[in-house]
Design a binder for this molecule. Sequence first.
Ligand code: CMP
Length: 159
Amino acid sequence: MSQIAAGTAAAAGVSRARDTDRMGREWVDVLAEVPLFANLSRRHLRHVASVARTRRFASGSSIVRAGDAGSAFYVLIDGTVRVVPASGRARRLRAGDFFGEMALFDETPRSASVVADDEVLTMTIGRRAFSKLLKQEPALAFELLRTLAARLRAAEKSV
Ligand code: CMP
């Protein structure tokens, strides 16, 4: 799946989105398809959309650079990215996956670079809004932890 429900994304204006744009309630159907938001009601999804922006990245561009300070959290809406750590193997993330949470959680520099494999559309939430959102939405925090546990297991297997 390179794009979350092509129909709903197009309906929400993915193809018309500018480089960066506010996310409105027209995005709720798209967000409902993101595993991270699976247990959120439509009211909560509207809340998520209200604090988020869309951002577009050209193929080959660095979305996040290893060593930089983190200022935002990202959910991939369309396209694929490569997570390239300083050491260890690169990983590919696809539509519906998220990245950029680690530097926000522990306030240390970005652990890896994240590079767009093709044209990429993300949903972006700034540091403060992300931290507030996790406190307001325990279901979201739980889903995030579940994915982090899976990533930790995968990373341990690969060393
Ligand atoms: P952060 O350190 O803020 O910025 C780089 C991001 O890459 C990181 O948050 C994670 O979201 C992501 N990342 C780092 N290591 C892995 C991994 N092993 N698997 C999947 N994603 C990763």
